[in-house]
Design a protein around this ligand. Structure first.
Ligand code: FE2
Ligand code: FE2
Length: 406
């Protein structure tokens, strides 16, 4: 596949790979190269050079350079997107105006809505952080043989890993919501977007409070999640931010939160996730309402095809890649290979339920915004993802529906 020379030279300027070999142990370098190769390799199924180009840079920075795991705990991502002002303040998008009103009435305070006096104890059998039916490690003999206290420690570690990724995703959502608010062209969209910024700030607050005061453990951002967040933050096109954040990541989040809620018997965590899901339902509806008109009326067919390819590649990237490697490195790297670990996690009940739920919240919305054409359908069908296409799209679902269905 030929990429334009100017794009390639811009890309290479942005990648600081010099001296990497001097700084890393060989096995660590091999791991990082393997992850980069796997991710970029999966993108090569893509038929679109622009799609490949927008994802290669974040993949190299995320997997190879590990920009999300700097010792300082800080990462600066260069962004380049337009801010759209409207000095006439036109209020001409009724559906978005209604969503804005609904969002204003649905605000809650993370400090008082949840009962923070509940004590969380990973060893308490009547309130498991994650029940055995979902916990991936219960399938392996090495885990079953461990003493009860060690099992509780690992169960606590894996839940802390997941919650940490939810928290990092929420930080990405907070900044993406800020970008979307400035980039969208309609005043009703900007007003709605301002409520999403508050929502995402609240989500960061409650996930962080749960992790630091109840679980007392915080993991680094997962490389896969970092790559997805970086590619959204950098892309200058407002609709790609909507597509990536509001349709794909929020759909993924709804699937993950619903699965975690079902898997957990811990009452504070279940209630926290319920509140967050009620907000996320509005966020996905916003993405669908904003994009369905734009893709049907404002873009050329080639531009719509590019979005269709981008969404598919991103969905594939998201599908199999939340493998808890940070947890594996801590507890299991000395006992099994990374390949064995991946196989076990992917085959677990948690991942099976999570994947189904995630795509149930993504595929009907892709169809609604016109990104499930006969050209791309066979690719989704190949992955077994079309069974949800006739489900309701986000604007027809309330937050309570989503909580009830999980
Ligand atoms: Fe959120
Ligand atoms: Fe959200």
């Amino acid at each position: 596949m030929d990429l334009p020379t100017s794009d390639l030279s811009r890309l290479s300027r942005r990648l600081d790979v010099a001296n990497l070999r001097d700084r890393l142990r060989l096995d660590e370098l091999a791991n990082r190269l393997g992850n980069t190769r796997d991710a970029v390799g999966s993108l090569r199924n893509g038929r679109n050079a622009r799609v490949l180009l927008t994802l290669v840079g974040p993949a190299v920075r995320g997997y190879l350079l590990q920009n999300g795991k700097q010792p300082s705990g800080r990462t600066v991502i260069e962004v380049d997107s337009d801010a759209h002002f409207d000095w006439k303040y036109r209020r001409d998008r009724d559906e978005l105006a209604r969503l804005y009103d609904q969002a204003k009435r649905s605000q809650w305070d993370g400090a008082t809505a949840l009962d923070w006096s509940i004590e969380v104890d990973a060893a308490r059998p009547d309130r498991p952080l994650m029940s055995d039916a979902f916990f991936p490690l219960t399938a392996i003999a090495g885990f079953v043989a461990l003493p009860a206290a060690e099992k509780a420690r690992q169960r606590h570690g894996l839940v802390a890993w997941m919650m940490s990724q939810f928290l990092h995703g929420e930080q990405g959502a907070l900044f993406a919501a800020c970008q979307v608010t400035q980039a969208v062209g309609w005043m009703d969209g900007k007003l709605y977007g301002s409520t999403q910024v508050v929502d995402e700030g609240r989500h960061v607050e409650v996930f962080h409070r749960y992790l630091t005061t109840k679980l007392e453990k915080l993991y680094d951002v997962n490389d896969n999640l970092y790559v997805v967040i970086e590619s959204l933050m950098r892309d200058g096109r407002w609709d790609i931010k909507f597509l990536g954040m509001q349709i794909l990541i929020e759909g993924l989040a709804l699937g993950a939160f619903g699965t975690m809620r079902q898997a957990s018997g811990e009452p504070l965590l279940r209630e926290l996730l319920r509140y967050v899901m009620l907000d996320e339902a509005r966020h996905v509806a916003f993405g669908v309402l904003a994009l369905q008109h734009h893709y049907a009326h404002d873009l050329a067919p080639a531009e719509v095809r590019e979005r269709e390819d981008w969404a598919f590649e991103m969905a594939v990237l998201l599908r199999n890649r939340f493998l808890a490697h940070e947890f594996y490195d801590e507890y299991w790297a000395h006992k099994m290979t990374r390949g064995q670990w991946n196989e076990m996690v992917l085959g677990s009940a948690f991942m099976g339920t999570f994947r189904k739920r995630m795509f149930r919240r993504i595929v009907p919305n892709l169809k609604r915004i016109g990104l499930l054409s006969p050209r791309i359908r066979p690719h989704y069908a190949e992955l077994g993802l079309l069974e949800w296409e006739h489900d309701k799209a986000a604007p027809e679902l309330t937050g309570e529906d989503l909580v009830a269905e999980g």
